[in-house]
Design a protein around this ligand. Structure first.
Ligand code: PGA
Length: 251
């Protein structure tokens, strides 16, 4: 099975309705046909509208940035997997470090969210990564290993084949500091080895592992040229169509 190359944008809590529509239109009209899959991860309010904007373009897909772990019910303010699916969502970003940091999400909960996203026929983009003090203590592989095992090791092979992983060192997110291509490669190789151990060579080879953390047009090419870096999860630079399109053509 072929490993997919992906440039995914994570708009976070940015863009009002009209700004979001304009950005999605600019990305959709500027994108060249290629084998790279482009994903826009937008706030909930944009999803239905943008799914209409991109519906005839086969290499653009839509992502939500979170999802509740229960089917439905009395969870005021929350959004379910069924709702996302019905709005044309293909991917759901789960376990982003900002969800972990500000909303107390941990891998046991993220594992449940992964299950429900898969159940509704969407693909999780599972985020993992260490904070600066963990890296400085030399414990980054141990920590990321624990995250990956807790969130993903309960899946079947068939389920794992639908998961995208994003390695996002927390110290590189929104800071302008990027992991060096070698640091990214080392961690991606390690994550792939964990997938291989549990799910076998074929699944490991086919798993897309994205790098996230200050990916920009001027560093994307070097990062994406690493053998185990299959693309990026892009925050700040996904808010400008020109920059995001430049990143998407950096493979
Ligand atoms: P950044 O964010 O590109 O702004 O560093 C990446 C992310 O949080 O996904």
């Amino acid at each position: 099975m072929e490993r997919k190359l992906i440039a995914a944008g994570n708009w976070k809590m940015n863009m009002d309705y009209n700004e979001g529509r304009d950005l999605a239109q600019a990305v959709a009209s500027g994108l060249q046909p290629s084998d790279v899959l482009v994903i826009m991860g937008t706030p909930y309010v944009h999803l239905k509208n943008i799914s209409g904007i991109i519906k005839d373009i086969s290499n653009i897909k839509l992502a939500a940035q979170n999802c509740h772990q229960e089917e439905n019910g009395a969870y005021t303010g929350e959004i379910s997997a069924a709702m996302l699916k019905s709005c044309g969502v293909d991917f759901v970003i789960l376990g982003h470090s900002e969800r972990r940091e500000y909303f107390g999400e941990a891998d046991e909960l993220i594992a449940k969210k992964i299950d429900i996203v898969l159940k509704y026929g969407m693909q999780p983009i599972y985020c993992c990564g260490e904070k600066l003090e963990v890296r400085e203590a030399g414990k980054h592989e141990e920590l990321v290993g624990e995250q990956v095992k807790t969130a993903l090791y309960h899946l079947t092979k068939e389920q794992m084949q639908r998961v995208v992983i994003a390695y996002e060192p927390v110290w590189a997110i929104g800071t302008g500091k990027t992991a060096t291509p070698q640091q990214a490669q080392d961690m991606h190789e390690y994550i792939r080895s964990l997938i291989r151990k549990k799910f076998g060579q074929e699944v490991a080879d086919a798993t897309t592992i994205l790098y996230g953390g200050s990916v920009k047009p001027d560093n994307a090419q070097e990062l994406f040229s690493q053998p185990d870096v299959d693309g990026g999860l892009v925050g700040g630079a996904s808010l400008k169509a020109k920059d995001f399109l430049a990143i998407a053509s950096s493979f």
